[in-house]
Design a protein around this ligand. Structure first.
Ligand code: PMP
Length: 440
């Protein structure tokens, strides 16, 4: 038997154990075909059924309305940074053209603004990519600038476009432009900053684009508020290799090359994917299969509770929740107890100071030997970092894996996605206490 390990990696992350076991059992003979799923034709009926089933499961889990399409794409989150720019500028261009009786108002990307809220490393990277592609990308809120570091989410009233009479909106009106979209990242995996709300202070004509790579399926979401939602699979869905895109179908009406726009690369074109039911080219079949097993696991009314070792008789736990509702309740409990333990300790410091923006998926923290109660206390950085390294190494030896913070920020980070059983969080909390006692 395999020794029990708790994997706190941010992604690729833990996959529910029953899902791995099921995949193992089906590995050599998929649905009585006599071959492995990976050897089947992606044009076979068996695969097409799986492709459709995975979409239906996701639609059910997130109550995705009929006027939204579900796509399976490749290239991870980074590819979506670019896909969003290409597709939605082409959409806005089409809108502009329709308004002016088919005379294009602008032939250039640069004339159409695209707006970004930057609350951490991943939204910052998305802006960078938009700029690199030549788009007129505007940062309407930069949390690092407003707060000094990525430790929270500035109030919506402070965002550049929140004032209809403010300079940004005025300039748009004068130029006869409406931004192609407003982009944000719902959960910043590196920084542990998560939105507790859906941005509302923006023009209803401007679709919201949201990167939910690290918190999709962790809680219910009102899909109807969004234009595009996307997520790489390797955190809360399945293995790396597939990205899920959920798009409102009116956004698929886009300008083409003949309208003077540079063409959207075929594999980034949401229309190509929709027209071909995500089967334009050979899809990452195994990743989609594994994702489908995870969806099925989430939809099973008992699976999540069994994983946490919950007893039917336990009245403190709401027993009738399923799907993402059940996941949300579990995630709130798991994150709640972890933050509480960190808060109560003298040794650990939670990085995200804005409590309502603390992620329930990724919990970054630091070790500091300075007196927590003394605001003037100076800590010995070298000593603290050595303790952090010792923490990560000792945890690893005890089967608590991948607790090092992202290489860009250091420190410690515990990622506790849907697949992390509550017991894993309990084991981590015990270790936190033990390590603190030893190093007091
Ligand atoms: N967005 C978020 C929120 C992420 O966490 C990540 C990866 N950690 C990415 C985008 C980039 O994803 P990929 O590595 O699949 O390109």
């Amino acid at each position: 038997t395999i020794p029990q390990k708790w994997n706190f990696g941010a992604g690729p992350a833990m996959i529910p154990r029953p899902v791995l076991e099921r995949a193992q059992a089906e590995f050599l003979n998929y649905e009585d075909t006599g071959v492995s799923l990976m050897e089947l034709s992606h044009r076979s009926e068996t695969y097409e059924n799986l492709n459709n089933r995975a979409q239906q499961q996701l639609r059910q889990l997130l109550s995705i309305p009929e006027n939204y399409k579900i796509l399976f794409m490749q290239g991870g989150g980074h590819t979506q940074f670019a896909a969003v720019v290409y597709n939605l500028i082409a959409w806005r261009h089409h809108q502009n053209k329709a308004k002016t009786n088919n005379k294009p108002t602008s032939d250039h990307w640069k004339d159409i603004p695209v707006d970004y809220i930057v609350t951490g490393a991943w939204s910052a990277k998305a802006v960078e990519e938009a700029k690199r592609l030549g788009a007129n990308a505007r940062v309407i809120c930069d949390a690092k600038k407003s707060l000094g570091a990525f430790t929270g989410i500035p109030a919506e009233e402070t965002w550049l476009t929140s004032d209809p009479e403010g300079p940004t909106r005025k300039a748009d009106k004068e130029a006869g432009q409406t931004p192609a979209y407003l982009y944000y990242c719902d959960n910043e995996t590196v920084n542990g900053v998560e939105f507790s709300f859906v941005p509302s202070m923006h023009d209803p004509e401007v679709p919201l684009v949201c990167d939910m790579s690290s918190n999709i399926l962790s809680r219910p979401v009102d899909v109807s508020k969004f234009g595009v939602i996307y997520a790489g699979a390797q955190k809360n869905i399945g293995p790396a290799g597939v990205s899920v895109v959920i798009i409102r179908d009116d956004l698929l009406q886009t300008s083409e090359e003949k309208d003077g726009l540079s063409p959207v690369p075929l594999m980034l074109d949401y229309k190509t994917m929709v027209k071909n039911n995500s089967l334009y080219n050979t899809p990452p079949m195994f990743a989609i299969y594994m994702s489908s097993l995870v969806f099925e696991w989430l939809l099973d009314p008992k699976a999540q509770r069994i994983q946490d070792g919950e007893k039917e008789a336990d009245k403190s736990i709401q027993q009738d929740l399923v799907g993402v509702q059940a996941a949300a309740a579990r995630n709130a409990r798991k994150a709640g107890k972890l933050y509480k333990a960190l808060q109560e300790s003298k040794l650990y410091r939670i990085v995200v100071t804005d409590e309502k923006s603390r992620s329930k998926m990724n919990v970054p923290f630091r070790i500091s030997t300075a007196d927590k109660l003394d605001p003037h206390a100076v800590s010995d950085k070298k000593k603290d970092e050595a303790l952090e390294a010792a923490f990560v190494a000792q945890a690893e030896a005890k089967g608590l894996l991948q607790l090092a913070g992202h290489r860009s920020v250091g420190g410690i980070r515990a990622s506790i996605y849907n697949a992390m059983p509550e017991e894993g969080v309990d084991v981590l909390i015990d270790f936190l206490k033990e390590f603190e006692k030893q190093n007091a």
